[in-house]
Design a protein around this ligand. Structure first.
Ligand SMILES: Nc1nc2c(ncn2[C@@H]2O[C@H](COP(=O)(O)OP(=O)(O)OP(=O)(O)O)[C@@H](O)[C@H]2O)c(=O)[nH]1
Ligand SMILES: [Mg+2]
Length: 204
C-alpha cells in the first residue's frame, strides 16, 4: 500500500519570535505545541513533519527560547513554544515567557488548537493540568501527546494513556490522549491526523 501523503511534510521555518508581537499576521489557522521543558515538543513536531531537523531539539532542557513558527504548504502554521518551568532558566526569563505564552494563548485569534506534549513517564504535571484547564475554560481544542512512549513497555504505556485519559475525562477537560514515540515512530500517523483535525477546526 502506498504511504498516505503527509500534509505536514512541506513545513518550513518562518521566524523565531521573542515577543508575540513579532509573530506573523494573526490570520488563517495555527496550532501551538506546548509542554514542560524537555517534554519532547520539538521532537514531536519534527516527527509529525517527517523532517529530522526542522525544529531544534536538545538533551538540555530549555532549548526552545522563542516562539518558533513553521508554515505549511496549505497555509496553516505550527508554533513551537518554549517549555514551561525549567528551573535553571533565571526567574526573570521564566516570568517573561510565562507572560508571553499566556498572552499568546489568550489573544491569538488564528490559534485553532493546542498540542500538549507530556512525557509519558511523568504525565500529568501540574503545569499540564493548568494548561488543560485553561483550554477547557476558553474552549480551545486540545490534544495530549504522551511522548517518549518507547521509554516504557507497550503495556505500561497503554496503562499511562488510560490513566491520563481518565483524569482528563473526570475533570471534563475534553481532550484526547495519544501515545507517541518520536524516535521509534510509533503513533505518528494518529498524532498527525489529530493535529490536522485541530488545524481544520473552525474556532468557536
Ligand atoms: N527516547 C525518546 N527520546 C525523545 C523522544 N522525544 C524527544 N526525546 C528526547 O528528549 C529530549 C528533549 O527533546 P526536545 O524535543 O528538544 O524537547 P522540548 O520539549 O522541545 O524541549 P525544550 O525546547 O527545551 O522545552 C531530547 O534529548 C530528545 O532526543 C522520544 O519519543 N523518545
Ligand atoms: Mg523545544
Amino acid at each position: 500500500m502506498p504511504e498516505p501523503a503527509n500534509p505536514l511534510r512541506g513545513a518550513r521555518f518562518v521566524l523565531a519570535a521573542h515577543e508575540p508581537r513579532q509573530l506573523p499576521a494573526d490570520a488563517g489557522a495555527e496550532i501551538a505545541f506546548a509542554g514542560v521543558s524537555n517534554a519532547g515538543k520539538s521532537s514531536a513536531l519534527n516527527a509529525l513533519a517527517g523532517q529530522a531537523a526542522l525544529a531544534r531539539t536538545s538533551k538540555t532542557p530549555g532549548r526552545t527560547q522563542q516562539l518558533v513558527v513553521f508554515e505549511l504548504p496549505g497555509g496553516g502554521r505550527l508554533v513551537d513554544l518554549p517549555g514551561y518551568g525549567y528551573a535553571k532558566v533565571p526567574e526573570a526569563v521564566r516570568e517573561h515567557w510565562r507572560g508571553a505564552i499566556d498572552g499568546y494563548l489568550r489573544t491569538r485569534r488564528s490559534l485553532r488548537g493546542l498540542v500538549l506534549i507530556a512525557d509519558v513517564r511523568h504525565a500529568l504535571k501540574d503545569y499540564d493540568r493548568q494548561m488543560l484547564a485553561f483550554c477547557a475554560a476558553v474552549r480551545l481544542p486540545c490534544v495530549v501527546l504522551l511522548s517518549k512512549a518507547d521509554k516504557l513497555s507497550r503495556t505500561q504505556a497503554l496503562a499511562a494513556q488510560r490513566k491520563v485519559q481518565r483524569e482528563i475525562d473526570d475533570a471534563q477537560w475534553n481532550a484526547s490522549v495519544l501515545l507517541l514515540s518520536a524516535t521509534a515512530g510509533t503513533g505518528v500517523e494518529q498524532a498527525r491526523a489529530a493535529v490536522m483535525a485541530l488545524l481544520e477546526t473552525p474556532r468557536a
